[in-house]
Design a protein around this ligand. Structure first.
Ligand code: ABN
Ligand code: CU
Length: 648
């Protein structure tokens, strides 16, 4: 088994889309420190590679290496954006953001919040009043405050929920201290106020999942080894990957985590562009329980916390199996020191059962070809939950984006003799988990056979003229402007969307296309007048399409933390721009409507959520006819072949 890590040393700055190296981050920070960010009060939210313009990338005319930085001055709470030219050693743009804009949290702000909450006499008193004196066992979980109509007066706030452990390795989520919330002010480094309402007994029953609590592991599962004696089938050069007919570049940003760049499929000796850039662009997790503490839980896990910063260092044999290629993620701490998340991204191949088969029952022979997928993934821990994000590339040109949601439910407490209709009781001690949703938005900068693409909605309809009563047909409707392209899935119409290139035709003279199959197509369940619904408008619809604009990156806006709503997609699409034969970005919202079940406790079996992109007349026929017949390889020791589905 080989494990490779594309480290800074092996990668170097070989391509303009490579993430900044540690040295480049340090250089950007020292240029900023020597320039406008000289004061000791500046903190670094992010320092990342500024992507060159698409035009320069296309024309091979990228001449400079630039960094994008977001900073905050703790002296007055104001945030700044900077562009640093690393070659010239200059800050070429320095912009003070509007008062009230709160960039995402930095990792050390979590630790600071917990540490200072414990020191606040009001907090200590509230804990003592609940019989809690050992502060080492108390956990403060720093949620974003969101926005509920109040004026934050420019303060950078966190809303810490409180949990307690019974032992140092006991799961705190079994013991929520309901109705105690600490509002922490990161601008002043002090507790702003506490919300201390009706005391509800702290559920005592444990929710532990460690082996020492659950007992010995079962022993009946025999080893299942993944071996590739000749190694993996991909080739990695720096951050560039080729595998079967696919090629792409691996990117990583603090905000998005894994990014796929320049995804192409080789067909008849031509490298055909499919997607120029694809990433998880936003997430929101709104809770449906109106109880005072729960009603304010709605985390934008990506935009408020920078989900890339929360990527795990992945472990062979646990997170990923087989012949693995790792890529590191390079980010910064709040003082601008480079921080490497070792093995943040994992890439490997997986067998994927059959891709195609036909048994010729007249001849008694079968042809079967196995599928495999290339898996490129990262896993982020956002306090209680884990999200594992996977891009799957298949041999037939299909693409899947899959999220495995696991980790621990965000819990609440009720009086043990009550059962709220807004959640699922998890035990008879008052512990429950409120109903909630996990909504994801993936941004896909399509480039199907070139820059100029269009999108159709395809519904299956029964024609009016239907004498046999058996007729139904797929009807394409061109989405011409941004407003027309704000769409919801419709199962009754078997709806899907199709990205096409009118200038590139297939065998039957139709525009080549990829279709987006809207699985897990949920939308926000909260009333559309709610603050969360206003702030997460991207999640009120499944599809949005915009003409490409390099500044339009995140569907709830650049800075969703403490945002008041309306930014991002709703703002841009007001212009109702033309989206026919343009360079297009497709935004898809999907997710998990989480009606909690007992089996989700104490740690949630993974829930799979995702969607597929499938070639739809992109190729002239099945592009995987050339796969090897593995029958011989699989049957070296017996006579059987893959010829029949029947035992004789
Ligand atoms: N799951 C919401 C969250 C994320 C980060 C920190 C606290 C809470
Ligand atoms: Cu959930």
């Amino acid at each position: 088994m080989t494990i490779n890590t594309a480290t800074e040393a092996s990668v170097g700055v070989s391509h303009p889309l490579d993430q900044l190296s540690r040295a480049e981050i340090s250089r950007a920070v020292s240029i900023l420190k020597d320039g406008p960010a000289g004061a000791e009060t500046f903190r670094y939210i992010s320092v990342e590679m500024r992507e060159p313009s698409k035009e320069d990338l296309r024309n091979g005319t990228v001449t400079e290496r630039e960094a994008d930085a977001v900073l905050i001055d703790r002296a007055d709470g104001r945030a700044y954006e900077a562009i640093v030219n690393l070659d010239a050693g200059l800050v070429t743009r320095w912009t003070q953001l509007a008062a009230g804009i709160q960039p995402p949290f930095m990792l050390d702000e979590f630790a600071e919040c917990e540490e200072n909450c414990k020191k606040d006499p009001r907090v200590v008193e509230a804990l003592n009043a609940r019989g809690l004196t050992d502060l080492d066992l108390v956990c403060f979980e720093p949620w974003s405050v969101g926005w509920f109509g109040e004026d934050a007066e420019g303060r950078r706030l966190m809303r810490a929920l409180v949990f307690v452990r019974q032992d140092p390795d006991d799961s705190p989520y079994a013991h929520p201290i309901e109705n105690l919330v600490v509002i922490y002010d990161l601008s002043s480094g002090t507790v702003a106020r506490i919300e201390d309402n009706e005391v509800i007994p702290i559920p005592a029953a444990s929710g532990n999942y460690l082996p020492k609590y659950v007992g010995p592991a079962r022993t009946d599962l025999k080893p299942l080894s993944i071996t590739q004696p000749e190694g993996a089938s991909f080739t990695v050069t720096g951050n560039h990957v080729t595998w079967a007919d696919w090629s792409f570049r691996v990117g990583f940003t603090p905000r998005e985590g894994l990014v796929l760049h320049q995804l192409r499929f080789r067909n008849k000796d031509t490298e055909r562009p499919v997607i120029n850039r694809a990433s998880l662009a936003e997430m929101v997790v709104p809770y449906g329980d109106p109880a005072p503490v729960q009603a304010k839980k709605n985390a934008f896990d990506s935009g408020e916390y920078n989900i890339g910063n929360m990527a795990n260092s992945l472990k062979l044999g646990c997170d990923c199996l087989g012949e693995i290629q790792y890529f590191d993620g390079i980010t910064t701490d709040s003082h601008g020191n480079p921080m490497t998340i070792k093995n943040a991204i994992c890439m490997h191949e997986e067998d994927d059962s059959i891709l195609w088969k036909h048994f010729d029952f007249r001849e008694g022979t079968a042809e079967v070809r196995r599928n495999r997928k290339l898996v490129i993934s990262f896993i982020a821990t956002v306090a209680n939950y884990e999200y594992a994000f996977y891009w799957h590339l298949f041999l037939d040109g299909s693409i899947e984006f899959l999220v495995k949601a696991t980790g621990i439910l965000s819990t609440a407490a009720q009086h043990p003799d009550q059962k709220t209709p807004y959640g699922q009781a998890l035990n008879n001690d008052g512990l429950y988990a409120p109903i909630h949703q996990h909504l994801f938005n993936v941004r896909m900068d399509f480039e199907l056979d070139g820059l100029r693409n269009s999108v159709y909605e395809v519904d299956t309809e029964i024609p009016e003229d239907n004498p046999t009563l058996t007729a139904f047909r797929a009807v394409d409707r061109l989405l011409e402007t941004e407003q027309q392209a704000i769409r919801k899935a419709d199962v009754a119409k078997h709806r899907f969307w199709k990205v096409v290139n009118h200038e590139s035709k297939n065998l039957v003279n139709e525009p080549v296309a990829y279709r987006l199959i809207p699985t897990n197509a949920i939308t926000l369940a909260a009333d559309e007048r709610s603050h969360v619904s206003q702030r997460a408008q991207f999640a009120r619809n499944n599809l949005w399409v915009t003409p490409y604009n390099r500044d339009e990156r995140f569907p709830a806006g650049e800075y969703p933390n403490q945002s008041t709503g309306g930014d991002g997609l709703p703002e841009w699409t007001k212009n109702d721009r033309n989206i026919v034969d343009e360079d297009l970005v497709v935004w898809y919202t999907f997710g998990m409507h989480h009606v909690v079940r007992l089996e989700d406790w104490p740690v949630m079996p993974r829930q799979n959520i995702g969607f597929m992109l499938e070639p739809h007349g992109f190729f002239d026929q099945n592009p995987a006819l050339n796969l090897p017949d593995l029958t011989q390889a699989a049957t070296t020791t017996n006579e059987s072949t893959c010829c029949s589905g029947h035992e004789q």
